[in-house]
Design a binder for this molecule. Sequence first.
Ligand code: ARG
Length: 455
Amino acid sequence: MLRGRFQQETAPAMQRLSESVSFDWRLFKFDILGSIAHAKALHKAGLLTDEELGQIETGLLDIEKDIVAGTFQFRPELEDVHMNIEAALTERIGPAGAKLHTARSRNDQVALDLRLYLRNECSVIRALLIELQRALVAAGRQHADAVLPGYTHLQRAQPVFLPHHLLAYVEMLERDKERLADARKRINRMPLGSGAIAGSTIPLDRAYVAELLDFPEVTHNSMDAVSDRDFAAEMLFVLAMVGLHLSRLSEDLILFASSEFKFVRISDAYSTGSSLMPQKKNPDVCELTRGKTGRLIGNLVSLLTVLKGIPMTYNRDLQEDKEAVFDSLDQVKIVLEVYSAMVRELKFDFSTMQAAADDPGLLATDLADYLVVRGVPFRQAHEAIGALVAYGQTQQRGLRELSLEEFRRFNHSFEADLYDVFQLRSAMGKRTAIGAPSPKNVAAELEGWDAKLRE
Ligand code: ARG
């Protein structure tokens, strides 16, 4: 199609290297949408008759139907989705088809298609993120007063409510949604009219095209518009961050589902067995998610690496943007879909979590606070409690089992009411600052998220 200046056919291996239609066919809907808007702009500029515009529109919509039906033959020798659709159009409607590419280059065309594609995917990903948030909030509401140890360094630290732990992930996913909305702003600019690099001597009404395609803005520099892929890199970052958050949650669930913790059971529908060991039930969803996150990060790094050395403006390297983007979207979508369903079926084991949270060591900080309230400087209190813990360990006794007389050996401010500190429920009730897990706060957070996510 483009071989006017060439005397030789493209070498077969070169064709295999060069073609992108095996993956960029996925842009077809947006390519057609963009081409119809472009044809309307050509018509508005007096370059297409009413009849020609009608033929182009019908021809393109027919092609779309055939692609959806699976009856359209993509030809790798035509390189990409853009050339395949244009060639088919001209085959079907004749000369009007050959006018479609007036004042357009594949460089601004592919930039438009990818932006339209990603803008659409933003809504899909957003809906899936909300679904997972809802599943986490629902799990939290089901287990509103389950207490478990919170961990730092994977060592028992302080008691928390299970919903507090789950809502931490709801917060992370909320920021992912914010990042997605922010990336969408920069995706949502209309590049068509930039031509190959420097616009066209046939100026079209770009604002009209933007309006037709529901873009709030057009791009303002033709050189930037054909070579910018930061918007795609941002999308890959957002997807990698979603993966990273799910990977952390996966790590928690893998640990909690182990026999060592036994805090949660993952439903059979989302687990697999071992080909050898009959007793095994493995948390594969979590492991696959953790593994796929490596791939999501890889896709981001891959695109950044492609972009870093590209001189102005369009270079063929840019064709490498699409597979990374498609792959990350595919992976994140399947992971989010399965994850929400898995979370809804998690069975948390109250009594095991409660037993672990009963470890009086978890309230050692509360005991230090007890002394602080009685005038002991915190560092001194910290040291006294630390020494008491060590003393208890030499005796194989927990803090709760030491006598008042023993406590007083380490600090004179201890009174008989010190044992009240070990009341887990009242200890939780004291954590009242914004963001801390008092029962009241956690209940309010659960209700707040529930209402927000219903909207
Ligand atoms: N398949 C190409 C891509 O994905 C489309 C643009 C081709 N432009 C060009 N000048 N060869 O980037």
